[in-house]
Design a protein around this ligand. Structure first.
Ligand code: COA
Length: 331
């Protein structure tokens, strides 16, 4: 029996920060940001942590499926910004949501986190270990941004989404195929050092003036790899499943840069109307972008039962991948 997404929800903070917010902080402009990235505004969480954003999404996701939190067997949180280094964000969320029968763990794969977590959840169900797995992806990127660095601070936002995975008897739907990739050589181009704890960076070795405890990126190197990586796996998953662009209802890509998304869609031969874009509203919410896009599409009534969807991502690591699924929630 296939494994399918049986419910989905998302949360974004209410406080909106347009591009103009950055104009008196760093040397930038609304025109530069929009033309180079496609971002118009993003949300930042003013009060609270990652689990405070995921909690309402968990509650909505379970309520729409009509089940209680005690029915969840496992909760996986894909994030690079957990509330604390430990305990895990999954443990915090498990407690806040009352998922008293769930175990769980955090998964670190940056912008590909939701895809990695989704396939981990499928594996847990396929192996018979779990029946209902809650897969969460989200980040509070504002907590790790250097607001003096114009090359990174304008790119990101806060938010997250939650998908419930379970078996279905309906063989026409579910998660059908995945390609997940990783190349650690890319680590030098996008990273955040772990000062203050950890074996690599004991506190006393890092004087106050060495500040790498925020996102550091060589944008052009990431851009070049992302354009190739995301397009490659998206085209490959179509080819090996004998799908043409007519068969695909939606591409749900990671929202890092509109130009990366456009390149992927072109490579797949997809009409732009089939490509989901919300980077203009939310920026790059890292592990949050794909579940937020899916949830918006579903709740707007656009995602129909039987639609073939390709999810695609690229992120720090480097990590990247694509997933092919047939949507199974009847709206
Ligand atoms: N406002 C104005 N100018 C800026 C700027 C900003 N916010 N950020 C950078 N610039 C400047 C640069 O300093 C550079 O100036 P110079 O020519 O005088 O040196 C110029 O704009 C061009 O910079 P460049 O880095 O070549 O721009 P770009 O077209 O590559 O766009 C990114 C920069 C970051 C938007 C782009 O590289 C990108 O999206 N990379 C991938 C990021 C990503 O996806 N990360 C998340 C993980 S997937």
């Amino acid at each position: 029996m296939p494994v399918t997404i049986s419910s989905i929800a998302h949360f974004v903070p209410q406080d909106i920060f347009p591009n103009s917010y950055f104009e008196d902080k760093v040397e930038t402009s609304d025109e530069w940001i929009q033309s180079r990235t496609g971002i118009k505004e993003r949300r930042f969480l003013m009060d609270g942590e990652l689990s405070d954003m995921l909690l309402p999404a968990v509650q909505q996701c379970l309520s729409e499926r009509g089940i209680g939190p005690e029915e969840i067997d496992c909760v996986i949180v894909a994030t690079i910004t957990p509330d604390n280094r430990f305990p895990s964000a999954s443990a915090t969320l498990q407690h806040k949501a009352g998922m008293i029968n769930a175990w769980g763990y955090d998964l670190s794969a940056a912008c590909s986190g939701f895809l990695y977590a989704l396939m981990s959840g499928v594996g847990l169900i396929d192996s018979g270990t779990c029946k209902k797995v809650l897969v969460c992806g989200g980040d509070k990127m504002s907590s790790i941004l250097n607001f003096n660095d114009r090359t990174t601070c304008i790119l990101f936002g806060d938010g997250g989404g939650v998908a419930l995975l379970e078996r279905t008897e309906d063989k026409a739907i579910g998660i059908q195929d995945s390609i997940l990739r990783m190349d650690g050589k890319g680590g030098q181009y996008l990273y955040m050092s772990d000062h203050g704890d950890g074996a690599k960076a004991p506190f006393e070795k890092y004087p106050e003036e060495v500040k790498e405890h925020y996102v550091i990126q060589d944008g052009q190197s990431v851009f070049k790899s992302a354009v190739v990586g995301m397009a490659d796996v998206s085209a490959e998953i179509m080819e090996r499943n004998n799908l043409t662009s007519d068969d695909i209802a939606w591409l749900v890509p990671h929202q890092a840069n509109l130009r990366i998304i456009d390149a992927t869609a072109r490579r797949m031969g997809l009409d732009p109307s089939k490509v989901i874009i919300n980077i203009d509203k939310f920026g790059n919410t890292t592990a949050g972008t794909i579940p937020i896009c899916l949830s918006e599409l579903h709740h707007e009534g656009k995602l129909k039962y039987g639609d073939k969807v390709i999810l695609a991502s690229f992120g720090a690591g480097f990590t990247w991948g694509s997933i092919l699924l047939t949507w199974g929630i009847k709206s």
